[in-house]
Design a protein around this ligand. Structure first.
Ligand code: AG3
Length: 290
C-alpha cells in the first residue's frame, strides 16, 4: 500500500493549505532560509521558503503577471528595471517579454533560491538566461542605498516581512527606492493578504504614501497564498496606473489584460475602509483618484 504524503502550510494558527506530495525534490537550509521544492499532485512543482508557499507551476501566473505588467504598463517607456527578491525568476520572465527593456537587475540575497529554480522550475526560471539580466547576490536594502536615479521601475518581489525580508517593508528602504528611481519612476511591492495581514498592509501603504506623491493599491487572486486574495502597493512620482501609458502589450498572457489592469484597482469597501482608517482622510485622494 502506498503511503500518502501531504504538505501543510499553516496559513494562520487555525487554518492550513494541504497538498498531496508526489516527491520532495529539494530540501536544504542555506545561510538565509530553508528551501524546499515539492512536486505536488494538484499544483505541480512548488517552491516553499521557510515553510511558506512562494510559487507553484499551476498558479504562479496570477502573481507574476500582476506584479510585473501593472507597473511596466503604467510607465510609458520602461528601459531599466530592478527586481528585489524574486530569485525564482518569475518576475524576470515577465519583464523579459518587453523588447524596449534594455537592462534588468535582479538583487536576490540567496543564491540557493536561484539554483533551486534553475534546476527544478525551468518554466518559471528560464529567463534568468536573458542577456539583458544582471544578477546581484546582495541584501536588497544594502543595494538600494547605493543607487541614485537609476531605474524606471522597481519591483519588490519579497517573501513575508519576517527575518531576511523585514527590512524590505520599512521606511528607510522605501526612501532608498524613491531615490533609486528616475523622474517618472514606478515602485510596486507585494503587500500580502488584505484579510490576514491587515495591519501590515495598512502600515506599509502608509509608509509608502508618506514618501511618494501618488500611491495606489490593487488586488488579484493567488489561489495558493493565504486567503487566496493578494495585494500590491504601487507608487509613482508622476504617472497614474489608472491611465496606463504603455502601448506595448506582451502576447500570450494568462491573467493580465488591460481590463484586468484597471479593474484590479477597484477596491472592495472593506479594503478601502481598512486603508482609510490608517491614513486619515487628508491622504484619501490617493485611493479615490477618478
Ligand atoms: N513572494 C510572496 C509570497 C508570500 C506567500 N506567503 C505565504 N505563503 N504565506 C512570492 C515570490 C514569487 N516570485
Amino acid at each position: 500500500m502506498e503511503m500518502e504524503l501531504w504538505y501543510t502550510e499553516k496559513q494562520t494558527p487555525a487554518l492550513g493549505l494541504s497538498l498531496k506530495v508526489k516527491e520532495t525534490l529539494l530540501h536544504r537550509r542555506t545561510a538565509y532560509q530553508e528551501i524546499a521544492v515539492l512536486d505536488t499532485l494538484q499544483c505541480g512543482r512548488m517552491l516553499v521558503l521557510d515553510g511558506m508557499v512562494q510559487t507553484s507551476v499551476a498558479d504562479e501566473f496570477f502573481y507574476h503577471e500582476m506584479i510585473t505588467h501593472v507597473p511596466l504598463r503604467t510607465h510609458p517607456a520602461p528601459c531599466s528595471v530592478l527586481v528585489i527578491g524574486g530569485g525564482d525568476g518569475g518576475v524576470v520572465r515577465e519583464i523579459s517579454r518587453y523588447p524596449q527593456v534594455e537592462k534588468i537587475t535582479l538583487v536576490e540575497i540567496d543564491a540557493g533560491v536561484v539554483e533551486a529554480a534553475r534546476r527544478y522550475l525551468p518554466e518559471i526560471s528560464y529567463a534568468l538566461d536573458d542577456p539583458r539580466l544582471e544578477i546581484v547576490y546582495q541584501d536588497g536594502r544594502e543595494y538600494i542605498f547605493a543607487q541614485k536615479d537609476a531605474f524606471d521601475v522597481v519591483i519588490v518581489d519579497s517573501t513575508e516581512p519576517v527575518a531576511i525580508a523585514e527590512g524590505l517593508f520599512g521606511t528607510p528602504f522605501y526612501q532608498g527606492v524613491f531615490h533609486a528611481l528616475k523622474e517618472g519612476g514606478v515602485l510596486v511591492a507585494q503587500t500580502e493578504s488584505p484579510l490576514y495581514n491587515r495591519d501590515l498592509l495598512r502600515a506599509t501603504f502608509q509608509r509608502i504614501s508618506a514618501i511618494f506623491p501618488r500611491t495606489f493599491l490593487y488586488l488579484c487572486p493567488v489561489p495558493t497564498y493565504p486567503s487566496g486574495l493578494w495585494s500590491f502597493t504601487l507608487a509613482t512620482k508622476i504617472h497614474s496606473p489608472l491611465e496606463p501609458a504603455g502601448d506595448y502589450l506582451p502576447a500570450g498572457l494568462r491573467y493580465y489584460s488591460p481590463e484586468i489592469h484597471c479593474g484590479s484597482f477597484a477596491l472592495p469597501p472593506f479594503v478601502r475602509e481598512m486603508l482609510e482608517m490608517g491614513i486619515g482622510l487628508e491622504h484619501h485622494n490617493l485611493l479615490s483618484e477618478k
